[in-house]
Design a protein around this ligand. Structure first.
Ligand SMILES: NC(=O)c1ccc[n+]([C@@H]2O[C@H](COP(=O)([O-])OP(=O)(O)OC[C@H]3O[C@@H](n4cnc5c(N)ncnc54)[C@H](OP(=O)(O)O)[C@@H]3O)[C@@H](O)[C@H]2O)c1
Length: 253
């Protein structure tokens, strides 16, 4: 059996990954991972071409994730696609955000992503695609987004390094680096409740996911959607790190 594992499938980009991967020939089942079971059930009912299997769990909770890892060990599927997408951010000065929020962010964005990659890898086969959802926030240090940007820098560097290690096995690893996308991310990230920038700033999740699946199939190292983010991707290495951190620290959301 060939599976696509999609974390954070209950909304936003993850929901789109599940919908867009389900019709693919190499996918028999999509394993839908997130906390909100009702959303995953709704999504499973909408998938075309593949069955949806629900793993309603908190990825930061080792007790809960055991079910996913044990299912992998027991059923030994071919993991045709692994999409490590679950993640969240918190916008604001570092010292104003409570320590539990920061540590949960690191647990989800970094620890859970790393663990699932390692535990799923034995079931990847030549031709498997690993998609690690990073962010354009990972290109440079960002004030008022300090921990989130650091977690995404980890995802980006981890993905790019792993791509080199797995190339001889014909397993590709693509880091997806979106700018702002119209999902629930903003309302989660703005802890003060002021949750929206102007509409025109946001890309559509379906477009970002479509491009990233195409990029992953081409074996691209990174997938960056839109001209502005491509420019930021190219220029971010040239901008002094102190400058990028300082200018963004002036932004209060
Ligand atoms: N939207 C953007 O502007 C943007 C830009 C760059 C990168 N990204 C990245 O894109 C990825 C997807 O975000 P999104 O924009 O689609 O946001 P979203 O709509 O808020 O989706 C986040 C997903 O993660 C799941 N999740 C959160 N905490 C979880 C936990 N502890 N255990 C399991 N699942 C958990 C959520 O489901 P439950 O609440 O049901 O658990 C949800 O399905 C994230 O990694 C984010 O950092 C987003």
């Amino acid at each position: 059996m060939n599976v696509a594992i999609v974390t954070g499938a209950s909304s936003g980009l993850g929901w789109e990954y599940a919908k867009q991967l389900a019709p693919r020939r190499e996918v028999d089942e999509v394993w839908l991972v997130a906390r909100r079971r009702d959303r995953l059930e709704e999504l499973a009912g909408k998938l075309i071409g593949a069955e949806g299997r629900i793993f309603a769990m908190d990825l930061t909770d080792a007790e809960q994730t055991r079910e996913l890892f044990e299912t992998l060990e027991r059923e030994q599927p071919n993991v045709a696609w692994l999409v490590n997408n679950a993640g969240f951010g918190a916008i604001g000065p570092f010292e104003d955000i409570d320590v539990d929020t920061h540590l949960t962010m690191i647990d989800l964005n970094v620890r859970a992503l790393t663990e699932l990659t390692q535990r799923a890898l034995p079931y990847c086969v030549p031709g498997s695609r690993i998609v690690q959802v990073a962010s354009s926030a990972g290109f440079a240090p960002l004030g008022n987004f300090a921990v989130y940007a650091a977690t995404k820098a980890y995802v980006l560097n981890f993905a790019n390094a792993l791509a080199a290690e797995l190339a001889p096995k014909n397993i590709t690893v693509t880091a997806v680096c979106p700018g702002p996308v119209d999902t629930e991310f903003s309302s989660v990230a703005h802890l003060d409740g002021d949750d929206k920038a102007p509409e025109f700033i946001y890309a559509k999740p379906g477009d970002v996911v479509r491009k990233s699946i195409a990029d992953a199939r081409k074996g691209k190292l990174n997938s960056v959607y839109g001209a502005t983010m491509k420019a930021w991707s190219a220029l971010s290495g040239l901008v002094p790190r102190r400058l990028s951190a300082w200018t963004t620290s002036l932004y209060r959301g």
